[in-house]
Design a protein around this ligand. Structure first.
Ligand code: B1M
Length: 215
C-alpha cells in the first residue's frame, strides 16, 4: 500500500494517534503536500461521506474521521502556506448559520491567507448578523467568503448573501468588497441566483478567484 493510501485509510478509520507521525513521515519522504491533501485526505472524506450515506457508519465515526483529517492538515499547513509576498487586503470567511462543517472552509481560509490576504475567520454556524457586524467593523474588507456543506443550509447562505449585498448597495460606504461562495452543494447557477460575485469548487481555485476579484 502506498503512503498516500495509508493516510487515506487512517483518516477513513479515524486513527487519530497515527495520523501525525504518518503525515510527517510522508513529507519526510518528499511526497507533495498537495497530493497528500487531495489524493489522501480529501478522497478519504469522500469515502467517509459515501459510507455515512449508505448507513455503514454514523455521525460519531464521521466526527472522528474529521478530527483525524484536521490533525493531518495541521502537519501539512506550513507546507501548504507558501508565504505570499503581495498583500491583497482583508478577507472575512465563515460557514453559514446552521452548518457545522469547517474542514473545507479552513482549507479555503488557509489558501486565501497564503495567497496574501489577512483572513478574519468567523468559524462555523455564523449568523447573518455576525457577518454584517464583521464587515462593518472591517470597512477595508476586500473579500467576504461564505461556505455551506448542507443542502439544508443553502437557504441560510442565500439570506446571508442578500443581507450582505443590501449592505453593499446601501449608502454605507461599505462597497469595496466582493462576495464569493462555495461548498459541496453550491453550484455556479445557485451562486449567480443569490447574487454572488464569484464561486469556485475548491480551496486552491478560491484563492485564485479572491486575488482576481480583489486585484
Ligand atoms: Co456531515 N454531511 N453532517 N458531518 N459530512 C456531509 C456534508 C454529507 C454530504 C454526508 C453524506 O450524507 N454523504 C451530508 C450532507 C448531505 C446534503 O446536505 N446534501 C452530511 C450530513 C447529512 C450531516 C448531518 C446532517 C448528519 C446528521 O447529524 N445526521 C450533520 C449536520 C451538522 C450541521 O452542520 N448542522 C453532519 C455532521 C458532520 C460532522 C460534524 C460529523 C462532520 C463535520 C466535522 C467538521 O467539519 N469539523 C461531518 C463530515 C466530516 C462530513 C463529510 C463526511 C466530510 C466533509 C469534509 O470535511 N470534506 C461530508 C461528506 C463529503 O463531503 N463527501 C458530510 C472534506 C473537505 C475538504 O471538503 O468541505 O467539501 P469540503 O470542502 C471543499 C469544497 O466544498 C470547497 O473547497 C473545499 C476543498 O477544496 N469549499 C469551498 C468549501 N467551502 C468553500 C467556500 C468557497 C469555495 C470553495 O468559497 C467561499
Amino acid at each position: 500500500m502506498s503512503k498516500i493510501d495509508e493516510i487515506a485509510q487512517v483518516i477513513e478509520t479515524g486513527k487519530l494517534k497515527i495520523i501525525e507521525p504518518l503525515v510527517t513521515e510522508a513529507l519526510g519522504e518528499g511526497l507533495d503536500p498537495l497530493e497528500i491533501l487531495n489524493e489522501g485526505m480529501i478522497k478519504a472524506m469522500g469515502i467517509v461521506g459515501e459510507k455515512f450515506q449508505k448507513s455503514e457508519i454514523f455521525v460519531p465515526e464521521m466526527l472522528v474521521a474529521a478530527k483525524t483529517m484536521k490533525k493531518g492538515v495541521e502537519i501539512l499547513k506550513p507546507k501548504l502556506a507558501a508565504g505570499a509576498t503581495t498583500s491583497f487586503g482583508k478577507c472575512i470567511i465563515g460557514t453559514v448559520h446552521g452548518d457545522l462543517h469547517d474542514i473545507g472552509k479552513n482549507l479555503v481560509s488557509l489558501m486565501i491567507e497564503s495567497a496574501g490576504f489577512a483572513v478574519l475567520d468567523l468559524g462555523v454556524d455564523v449568523t447573518t448578523d455576525a457577518f454584517i457586524a464583521a464587515i462593518k467593523s472591517n470597512p477595508d474588507t476586500k473579500i467576504v467568503a461564505l461556505s455551506a456543506l448542507l443542502t439544508t443550509t443553502m437557504p441560510a447562505m442565500k439570506d446571508t448573501a442578500a443581507a450582505i449585498l443590501d449592505l453593499r448597495s446601501a449608502a454605507s460606504g461599505l462597497s469595496g468588497f466582493k462576495l464569493v461562495v462555495g461548498g459541496a452543494p453550491i453550484t455556479e447557477e445557485f451562486a449567480r441566483q443569490i447574487g454572488a460575485d464569484g464561486y469556485t469548487t475548491d480551496a486552491a481555485s478560491a484563492a485564485v478567484l479572491a486575488k482576481k476579484l480583489a486585484g
